[in-house]
Write a protein that binds this ligand. Structure first.
Ligand code: GRG
Length: 308
């Protein structure tokens, strides 16, 4: 699903086989997610949780977590439960974001949204169930890692999800609905919290599990903040330029809702340039890691080249 032209463009830039890397990691993540959540009684809630969790998606957050764990000298096994938890958290945020009380979307990842299939009540609970299970999964399934590191990861995930992260960003986003005078500062606040916070947690949690130093963590955090904002700028651009089929969700929603976006402030061309600058800044943070940072470099390039 991800192995398209934009990946080939990134490969040429970094001379790294990103397509093969992503395909292998996606397969590992899909298998681990599939194993992580069984349908038991009461079946309806587990089915609703699995419906969205196994609906595809790029699996970018788990892949980043596995990549930084490896970069910092860890093994994929150490980070796999956290990688799954990140996708559970991301998926629950999409389920809640799509609800009628929020963005009111009918399609996500090319399928009907959770509430369209299971109803609003179950969709809310499916999100809650995934959120709680994410933390349980990290605590119970992480093996051969110092418990202090696991505790630190739990704190990082909690902060990324709560009012200091996704929830805070979503609240300001809701407050800005229908306003035409949203400042760049406010827009940056929204997306640093809604989008970049979980990407940052994905990058740092893998490194924490592997025992990265504070200075390595700081560099990785800055890398993630830059790619997080670039990711959102590209998301805003794609909302204008891509089709529903390419996106797997309704296209043109931002324009329709008269939402403040980066292209609405800067226009398309300047938005593309800002995204490219952020990716360059992200890659500069990786210089000291040498060859081992090639996957993260290639992922940064992919973010501006992606079409969905
Ligand atoms: C977290 C407790 C809690 C509640 C949710 C609704 C909400 C609060 C926050 C909204 C978060 C949100 C939906 C942010 C948008 C992030 C984003 C850019 C999503 C698209 O990510 P991709 O492109 O999607 O990685 P795939 O489908 O590929 O995984």
């Amino acid at each position: 699903m991800i192995l398209t032209n934009e990946v080939q463009a990134s490969q040429q830039a970094t001379q790294f086989d990103l397509a093969a890397y992503l395909a292998e990691r996606q397969a590992q993540v899909e298998a681990a997610l599939d194993r992580s959540l069984q349908v038991i009684y009461p079946e309806r809630i587990y089915e609703a949780m699995r419906y969205s969790l196994m609906a595809g998606g790029k699996r970018l957050r788990p892949i980043l977590c596995l990549a930084t764990c490896e970069l910092s000298g860890g093994t994929p096994e150490m980070a796999t439960p956290t990688a799954c938890a990140l996708e559970m958290i991301h998926t629950m945020s999409l389920i809640h974001d799509d609800l009628p009380a929020m963005d009111n979307d009918d399609y996500r990842r090319g399928k009907l949204t959770n509430h369209k299939v299971y109803g609003e009540d179950i969709a809310i609970l499916a999100g809650d169930g995934l959120l709680a299970y994410a933390f349980e999964h990290v605590a119970i399934e992480t093996k051969n890692v110092d418990p202090e590191r696991i505790l630190k990861v739990v704190a990082v995930l909690g902060r990324a999800v709560g009012a200091a992260g996704l929830v805070g960003g979503q609240v300001v986003d809701l407050e800005c609905e229908g306003k035409c005078d949203v400042s760049l500062e406010t827009l940056n606040f929204i997306h640093n919290h809604k989008t970049a916070a979980l990407l940052e947690a994905s990058v740092t949690s893998g490194a924490i599990l592997a025992g990265a130093s504070d200075s390595e963590l700081q560099r990785l955090s800055r890398y993630a903040q830059h790619i997080g904002l670039a990711f959102q700028i590209v998301d805003d651009i794609l909302d204008i330029t891509a089709t529903q089929e390419e996106l797997g969700k309704t296209a043109g929603k931002d324009l329709q809702a008269q939402k403040a976006t980066y292209p609405s402030i800067w226009g398309l061309e300047q938005s593309r340039e800002q995204a490219r600058n952020l990716v360059s800044a992200a890659k500069a943070e990786l210089m000291d890691f040498g060859e081992a940072a090639k996957p993260l470099m290639a992922i940064a390039d992919y973010i501006t080249a992606r079409k969905h």
